[in-house]
Design a protein around this ligand. Structure first.
Ligand code: PYL
Length: 273
């Protein structure tokens, strides 16, 4: 997924509780419910863990360095679930040491290649890519009433798109891929999926109108409009940056679920318990 920017996430600490409520209203799954569903645990087990476990977010300076408010945003999301959370004052290995000294049970940290949650008590580790797709699958199941036998199009065949397509296939959906990158189209065929991007069409996007369930894993940003889809189409959109402009997002309303960090982070927590 594209690297986040401070500008994109600067309000997340303030909006995390609101999004928890809105997710619950729109999909029946707030942060605790999502963590429970992806982990196969009860909501009470998640709430009990929140009462007893401490979570640390550790800033990481490698690569392109620290993203302003990233660790604070991760901590705010987990704090919304009721966990005792803190951001370490020091980054990197020193920060990991600080987290352990201060009694953290689970640490969250990310470099430019990977974002993980590591349970210091049982060694369980959760990867953001897997957790994000697992979380969005639950959201899509809840919104659609079930994916068995449904026809779904996955937009983009990168890391998230590939994970999403496989999980949808495992869930019994009929999966097609929309991917403009010619180099990926051979891999799509090898993986047993049909590619519905047709560059010979005047408007290749018109191929999307036939689907009523869409998983948007693209990272181009601002390239889709509400009118590209049927009136009742459901869209799960883990792709970063968001593919729709504000006007389209308003038109789609509760039919489209997208966030930059929340669903992936709460799903990581569930998978790291
Ligand atoms: C985990 C996010 C979700 C989307 N893109 C991923 C990303 O931006 N990864 C880079 C995260 C770098 C964090 C930085 C810090 O502030 O600790 N090392």
């Amino acid at each position: 997924m594209s690297r986040l920017t401070r500008e994109w996430i600067c309000d997340l600490e303030r909006t995390a509780p609101d999004w928890d409520r809105l997710l619950r209203e729109r999909t029946g799954l707030g942060y605790v419910e999502l963590a429970a569903q992806v982990s196969g645990r009860s909501e009470n087990e998640i709430r009990s863990a929140a009462e007893t476990m401490k979570v640390a977010a550790v800033p990481v300076t490698s690569g392109l360095g620290i993203i302003g408010r990233f660790s604070a945003s991760v901590a705010a999301i987990l704090s919304t679930m009721g966990f005792d959370t803190f951001v370490t004052s020091r980054p990197d290995v020193d920060g990991l040491y600080e987290a352990s000294c201060r009694g953290a049970d689970i640490v969250f940290l990310a470099d430019d290649s990977r974002y993980i949650a590591l349970n210091l008590r049982n060694g369980r580790i959760a990867d953001n890519n897997v957790a994000t797709v697992t979380g969005y699958m639950q959201v899509l199941r809840s919104m659609s009433g079930g994916l068995l036998g449904r026809s779904v199009v996955v937009l983009g065949y990168g890391v998230i798109g590939r994970l999403f397509a496989e999980k949808l296939r495992q869930a019994g959906a009929s999966v097609a891929i929309y991917e403009r990158n010619i180099a990926l189209q051979d891999r799509i065929e090898r993986d047993g999926f049909a590619c519905v991007y047709d560059s010979t069409r005047e408007d290749p996007k018109s191929a999307l109108f036939q689907y009523d369930i869409i998983a948007d894993a693209t990272n181009e940003g601002d390239w889709l409009r509400a009118e590209d889809f049927q009136e009742h189409a459901l869209i799960a959109a883990p792709g970063v940056p968001f593919s729709f402009d504000e006007a389209s997002a308003d038109k789609l309303g509760s039919r489209c679920i997208h966030d930059l960090l929340e669903i992936g982070t709460v799903s990581m927590l569930g998978l790291a318990l």
